[in-house]
Design a protein around this ligand. Structure first.
Ligand SMILES: Nc1ncnc2c1ncn2[C@@H]1O[C@H](COP(=O)(O)OP(=O)(O)OP(=O)(O)O)[C@@H](O)[C@H]1O
Ligand SMILES: [Mg+2]
Length: 456
């Protein structure tokens, strides 16, 4: 995930130095502003930054005054103040006013990056809390990595937003959810949204590991390390250096191996079988399970220390029956996948009703396989009830559903527009600039329309 940073300093040379330090450390989205009143204006016009680095001494509006504006207009922008040596008292006052940290000039790269990472970690936790409390409308910063996840369910959008926040850090993430809900898909999206994108993503099925295999699989071995080791092998850790290891089905990892895995997660250091030389890897871990780990812990079948280690962030994917609004969207996506090039292909109304009414114990994977089979059976471009499994075809369901669809009120385009604008405005907690951005209309247009609707 990209972190957007604004440096405000009236000394362009110094601002440039800070920007260079940040960019060489991998923070690409860095903007400069030499005039503090303009920085304030940017915020009041809706610009959003994750972090601002604010110089204390500036003409017109000093760092202290700018901090006040930031905390009023954009409270979720974290501020790090940059002060001169003899300004400890001012710095402390800034912390009291809501700045998260301060740096003393001359700023070393090490101090700068340390302060920034600490600030971002604090921000990530606050943002996660907000999403969990349902306060914020989930809006992805960069939806590209999440594109393979087809959804419009607000529950899923919240999970994806939280996933994006975790992607920016290296914390281990645990993904839970029933079979077929998309845990691996989400794990890959987190990897793609993280600074590790482009590096290896290695899924490891924890259920398939045996005590004899664990070290050889994770650490690799030299030739002849044990009977049968005819070739050397590098192991998952080395193969995933700088990337992500996906610990799939972690609930099925045998108890005797859980301690070994815990040590791998804690140390990041290991030696290949057959040598005593220690090696270090830089790996991020994402784990997934459809098991109830808390229950397994109560039954002493899962180690609590491992549980808390992997649960740096926790994401739960709801079953498909709790997000039935996704069924038509997913069905369409799968039709495009399995009937490529046939642009007109679609599912008839009766069949869609039956698909909507089904419970999907196998979740998205089940829907996918139903559509795959239906696509094979379809004559031409229309998917009819004859193409879906017999147990889904229940005539009374179809009639009820069609009756409901037909009795839905018919709205004019203006009414649809009004409903949509007002709902979005409510969902953003009456935030006009965010609403305008989401709807991709101008702020003035939004204001005018709200006035016409009589909404304040
Ligand atoms: N929201 C979605 N959009 C598109 N495809 C999806 C979605 N969710 C799941 N799928 C597809 O459904 C199938 C199952 O997903 P995935 O393997 O990620 O599930 P899982 O939760 O890991 O399942 P299991 O617990 O059985 O391992 C995959 O083919 C995946 O691409
Ligand atoms: Mg899976």
């Amino acid at each position: 995930m990209r972190t957007s940073i604004l440096i405000v300093d009236d000394d362009p040379d110094y601002a440039d130095i800070l920007k260079d330090k940040l960019q060489t450390s991998g923070f690409r989205d860095v903007d400069l502003e030499f005039e503090s009143p303009i920085a304030a204006e940017r915020l009041t016009h809706g610009a959003e930054y994750d972090v601002m680095l604010i110089d204390m001494h500036m003409p017109e509006m000093d760092g202290f005054e700018l901090l006040d504006v930031v905390k009023t207009v954009s409270p979720r922008t974290e501020c790090i103040m940059v002060t001169a040596v003899n300004e400890a008292r001012v710095a402390v006052e800034c912390l009291r006013k809501g700045a998260y940290d301060y740096l003393v000039k001359p700023v070393t790269t090490e101090d700068l990056i340390f302060a920034l990472k600490r600030t971002l970690e604090h921000k990530r936790l606050l943002d996660v809390l907000d999403i969990e409390k349902g306060k914020r409308l989930p809006e992805l910063k960069n939806n590209q990595p999440f594109k393979p996840i087809v959804t419009r369910s607000s529950k899923m959008l919240r999970v994806m937003k939280e996933a994006e926040l975790h992607a920016g850090s290296d914390v281990p993430v645990l993904i839970t959810g029933d079979s077929g809900t998309g845990k691996e898909l989400l794990a890959r999206a987190i990897h793609e949204a993280s600074p590790r994108a482009g590096q290896p993503f290695t899924p490891v099925n924890m259920a398939s590991l045996t005590p004899g295999l664990f070290e050889a699989e994770f650490f690799g071995h030299t030739k002849g390390a044990f009977t049968g080791a005819e070739n050397e092998r590098s192991g998952y850790l080395k193969a995933s250096n700088h990337g992500t290891v996906f610990l799939d089905e972690i609930g099925n990892l045998p108890l005797e191996l859980q301690g070994k895995l815990l040590r791998v997660l804690q140390d990041g250091e290991y030696s290949r079988l057959g040598t005593s030389r220690r090696q270090k890897v830089d790996v991020r871990y994402i784990a997934a399970t459809n098991a109830d780990l808390e229950r397994l812990m109560a039954q002493k079948r899962f180690r609590p220390d491992l549980y808390y280690r992997i649960r740096g962030g926790w994401l739960h994917l709801p079953p498909l029956k709790e997000r039935s609004e996704d069924i038509p969207l997913l069905a369409d996506a799968f039709i495009k996948k399995y009937l490529p090039g046939r642009d007109q292909s679609h599912i008839d109304e009766e069949t869609m009703c039956l698909l909507m009414a089904h419970d999907y114990p196998g979740n998205v994977r089940e829907l996918q396989s139903i559509i795959q089979t239906a696509a094979n059976l379809a004559q031409g471009e229309l998917i009819t009830t004859q193409c879906i499994p017999r147990q889904l075809r229940k005539r009374n369901l179809v009639l009820e559903c069609i009756r409901q669809n037909r009795s839905a009120p018919l709205l004019t385009l203006a009414e649809v527009e009004k409903n949509h604008i007002v709902q979005t405005y409510e969902k953003t907690g009456h935030n006009k600039s965010r609403t305008a951005r989401l709807l991709e209309i101008g702020l003035n247009t939004l204001r005018r329309k709200l006035r016409v609707y009589g909404v304040k």
